[in-house]
Write a protein that binds this ligand. Structure first.
Ligand code: AMP
Length: 488
């Protein structure tokens, strides 16, 4: 049954979908400075805006939220000086749909709320699949929303809880939300970390001197010299105070379904997630891909940077020389983040250039991590052909992306996904290349250390490839944005 239209129309909601990074630290002097460094290491997870909240008994809670890169604002000593204290947390944000390319400052996290029992800042990586219906319900019951962010639902649910402490209210609130969430929050004396029952997004715990840190990825612990203690478990909540870490299990247990796309693309290769090196996993993908889809070529070239580890694996397994046939300009962000097609198209050339001396006259095998709309591959094909390549082959280090993600990785709507409209062979013809092959889903699972994909109980969330959504994307189904696959 369709519910009535949203009280707050979707177009007015600035950011229905988000990709983000979170970081927090407790028990170290100048916690905000460490947080700025941690966020800088997580910049790949969100480049539109960043925010830091810090607490000191003398200065209370202070919050700075800015648009742009972390380095644009949080290297300024005056900004850091305005965030005193031994407890701080922050967020980097990346959003597209609905925002029309502009992040409003009111949507930048951490969000802060003053409850009867004290202040609380909260930041979230992931996406709540029932945020729209929750928002409608909360507005109908009198909540006044200040942002378009789904994270704000958590604050209003906490405000309505009858529990007496912030962590208990947070448990109540998070039991009502669905989808993917790795949440960091802070009170005057505690840093809180929570992962959803399936652990779709990463969250790790680190030790730094006498203090503790929480971060989306281990690369953010490295930058501050923290030791990686362990991953926060799926469904776990940790309460960290200066006296130590307490662990709780507030949710009904579920089978873990970590996002496999974090290994393919989203996480940094120097991070370790779930005990697996992201770099090694990507290299393994290249090895599997070379076995599944061999090619007769003179050189293997990565589409940098995200295709590089897989291209190394592909070259090692196939024995074809690895070459940097495409060079990336390190001073531009990821092209995909640009919201309009024109800027995205131009962005590929701003970011990548062909190394003619390497490419001319060769049969080139290009390895990229994924094909989404096909924009990047089309541009690269042209650039490589123009540089005089004799043949152009594409090997893709993920299965065809045929379904949108509703758990915090931004993907376009289904119709815009090339693989939703075409078979592998059709995509190859459409892209006009000599051959195009994707790794199989089983091959991807093998690269991630599994024997293969267990179809009855898949070990990862692979919805973007399989259409098998572990949490029903209820808002999207209800509003007709997606039609789910018929189950066998
Ligand atoms: P497209 O040009 O639309 O086919 O996008 C494919 C390229 O975008 C790949 O080379 C990836 O490196 C990159 N990419 C894939 N998924 C994402 C994502 N969710 N966010 C940002 N970049 C992405």
């Amino acid at each position: 049954m369709r519910r009535p239209a949203l009280t707050c129309p979707r177009d007015d909601m600035d950011h229905p979908r988000e990709e983000c990074g979170v970081f927090g630290v407790i028990g170290v002097p100048d916690a905000a400075r460490f947080t700025a460094l941690g966020l800088h290491a997580l910049q790949h997870r969100g480049q539109e805006a960043a925010g830091i909240c810090a607490f000191s008994p003398e200065a209370g809670f202070n919050l700075e939220r800015r648009l742009g890169y972390v380095r644009d604002s949080f290297t300024d000593p005056a900004v850091i000086a305005a965030l005193p204290g031994n407890l701080a947390m922050g967020h980097v944000r990346y959003s597209t749909a609905g925002s029309k390319g502009h992040t409003a400052i009111r949507d930048v996290q951490p969000l802060f709320a003053e409850f009867a029992m004290g202040g609380c800042a909260i930041a979230h990586n992931g996406n709540l699949t029932n945020a729209e219906s929750l928002r409608r319900e909360l507005i109908d019951r009198g909540s006044i929303f200040q942002s378009g962010s789904d994270t704000e639902c958590i604050i209003h649910l906490m405000a309505r809880s009858i529990q007496r402490s912030i962590p208990e209210r947070m448990k109540d609130a998070l039991r009502r939300v669905e989808g993917a969430f790795s949440v960091i929050a802070m009170t005057r004396s505690q840093l809180i970390g929570v992962r959803d029952p399936m652990g779709v997004r990463p969250l790790v715990l680190g030790r730094i001197g006498a203090g503790w840190a929480l971060a989306s990825e281990t690369c953010a612990l490295d930058i501050i010299g923290a030791e990686h203690v362990r991953d926060i478990e799926p469904g776990e909540m940790v309460l960290i105070s200066e006296s130590g870490v307490e662990s709780f299990r507030p949710f009904n247990p579920a089978r873990p379904r970590f996002c496999i796309f974090e290994y393919v693309y989203f996480s940094r290769p120097d991070s370790v997630i779930g005990g697996r090196s992201v770099y090694e996993t990507r290299r393994n993908i290249g090895v599997e891909l070379a076995r599944e889809a061999p090619v007769d070529a003179d050189i293997v070239c990565p589409v940098p940077d995200s295709g590089t580890p897989a291209a190394i694996g592909f070259a090692q397994e196939s024995g074809i020389p690895f070459a940097m046939g495409i060079i990336r300009n390190q001073y531009v962000g990821r092209t995909f983040i640009e919201p309009t097609a024109e800027i995205r198209n131009m962005g590929v050339r701003l970011k990548l250039n062909v190394n003619r001396a390497i490419i001319a006259g060769k049969r080139v095998c290009l390895v990229d991590d994924s094909v989404v709309r096909g924009t990047t591959s089309t541009k690269i094909r042209d650039m490589v052909r123009d540089a005089g390549a004799r043949e152009v082959h594409f090997r893709i280090a993920s299965p065809p992306t045929a379904w949108p993600c509703f758990y915090g990785v931004d993907t376009p709507e289904r119709e815009k996904l090339l693989a939703a409209r075409m078979s592998e062979a059709e995509m190859g013809r459409h892209l006009g290349v000599d051959s195009l092959r994707f790794i199989s889903l089983d091959g991807l699972y093998r690269a991630c250390g599994e024997a293969g994909r267990d179809p009855a109980q898949p070990q990862f969330c692979d919805a973007c490839f399989s259409g098998d959504y572990p949490v029903p994307p209820s808002d999207a189904v209800e509003t007709g944005r997606i039609r789910l696959k018929e189950r066998a």
